[in-house]
Design a protein around this ligand. Structure first.
Ligand code: TYD
Ligand code: MG
Length: 433
């Protein structure tokens, strides 16, 4: 009898409810639409990931490994904003004003309109900012800030959570947007920015390949835009440069005649990006040969090797296998499976793949090749880059831009590769646009 039970606790609940002061209310229709008021950072790839610019009063977290370029990005954004008359405060908790000046000079930033606040006490920094009344406050980094009175070490979980909570409240009540940087700690992420993810409006992660110049800014959460949107940058001597033709950047490499390379296009956020999977197979002297994957999941590599062995009759049990993805992209899109398979087949047989051929499709445990999501958009991108052929699942609808080579199974794909129908030929036009 749930209704009776509810009736019993009813009076007690009613009595307790009257003791609290009523919260403020507002009719939805009278709330200002913030969409129209976005502030453009004037950095196309940053704006893209933000969902079209900075929303006033929002809190954006930019996370990433130390040294990836977070400070560079936010300083460049600050300069662009300031140049367009937007007042910006830059709280530098990690560096002195002089050090920020040095970076600015390197970036060719003169600095008018950017107010530096070299401070690690968060409340003091926010009070200083409030007095200036900026539209955007940058906090670099959240780990360098501390809250007075909390008996824990600065950068620790309790400090981070408290600092995040105060910042959210402050940004919302003052209608000041805050961009906060945070280091991802290698391995254990306990004290890392992930602690703040649920608090903030947008979480952007900055990634890149070790040693490479390409940087990918990825939205993993965005209350005001699409998640999984990515921005592509190149780190140059004069800071970060937006890369609009991302595919060309990811395919930009020298030797296209080596075995073990296969190209596909993945969907990253709202756009297709072509990339190359590279695999290497060498005789192993180990009882359990090594499988090293970078940019794709080791599990996926194991799975595809198992499918190749069982469904394709191509055994790699005596080989060490390394597989990587060009440019430091992290491959999560199963539509790239067929390219991984092609790279593996090519590496294992030491037969180069034709430079004008690409691969598109998911691979099932049964060995069948299935359609990738948004295949048309990927094919358009591959055609744009000058690819002439693409191995696709048999069900793929006709496409004008390039020749489709239908394959039903992994076995079919191995046969097509072996027959040389897409075997090594003249170099293609990869990377052109
Ligand atoms: P930084 O923005 O300080 O990284 P983070 O704040 O994420 O720790 O960038 C540091 C790296 O970027 C450093 O290795 C030097 C390099 N860099 C350039 O290559 N070009 C530049 O113009 C700048 C400012 C930095
Ligand atoms: Mg920094």
């Amino acid at each position: 009898m749930p209704f009776q039970a509810a009736a019993k606790v009813g009076p007690a609940l009613r009595a307790s409810r009257t003791s609290a002061a009523p919260a403020a209310t507002v009719e939805l229709a009278s709330v200002r639409d913030e969409e129209g008021a976005r502030l453009s950072t004037d950095i196309p790839e940053f704006d893209r990931v933000l969902g079209g610019g900075i929303v006033p009063g929002s809190l954006v977290l930019v996370g990433g490994d130390p040294g990836i370029g977070k400070s560079t990005l936010v300083l460049q954004a600050a300069a662009r904003l300031a140049a367009r008359g937007v007042r910006v405060c830059y709280v530098c908790g990690e560096e002195s004003a002089r050090q920020v000046r040095l970076r600015a000079s390197r970036l060719g930033i003169e600095g008018s309109g950017i107010i530096l606040i070299p401070e690690t006490n968060l409340e003091s920094a926010l009070a200083a900012a409030e007095a200036i009344g900026p539209a955007v406050v940058i906090i670099d980094s959240i780990q360098s800030m501390y809250i007075e009175g909390l008996e824990t070490r600065s950068g620790g979980p309790a400090q981070l959570a408290e600092a995040g909570a105060r910042l959210v409240g402050w940004a919302k009540s003052n209608e000041i947007a805050a961009i906060v940087t945070g280091h991802v700690t290698k391995g254990g992420e306990i004290a890392g920015p992930r602690l703040l993810e649920h608090l903030v409006d947008a979480v952007l992660y900055f990634e890149g390949s070790e040693g490479g110049a390409l940087r990918i800014l990825r939205a993993v959460k965005n209350r005001f835009g699409a998640t999984d949107e990515v921005g592509v940058f190149e780190m140059t001597g004069e800071g970060l440069r937006s890369v609009e033709n991302a595919s060309a950047a990811f395919l930009d490499h020298g030797d296209t005649s080596a075995s073990g390379c296969a190209v596909t296009a993945v969907i990253e956020g709202s756009r297709p990006i072509a990339l190359e999977v590279q695999a290497l197979a060498v005789p192993s002297y180990l009882a359990a040969p090594r499988r090293i994957a970078s940019g794709l999941e080791t599990q996926r590599l194991h799975l595809l090797l198992a499918v190749l062995a069982r469904r394709g009759g191509l055994n790699s049990g005596n080989l060490d296998i390394v597989a990587t993805v060009s440019g430091g992209l992290r491959l999560k899109d199963p539509g790239a499976d067929l390219a991984v398979v092609a790279a593996l087949v090519s590496a294992i047989t030491d037969q180069p793949v034709d430079a004008e051929t690409a691969f598109l499709g998911e691979v099932a445990l049964s060995g069948s090749v299935r359609p990738a999501q948004q295949a048309q958009r990927r094919l358009i991108e591959l055609a744009r880059l000058g690819f002439k052929r693409c191995l696709v699942p048999a069900s793929t609808p006709a496409f004008d831009g390039l020749a489709l080579v239908p394959v039903r199974t992994v076995r079919d794909a191995i046969d097509v590769l072996a027959e040389g129908r897409v075997g090594a030929s003249s170099a293609g036009r990869r990377g052109g646009a």
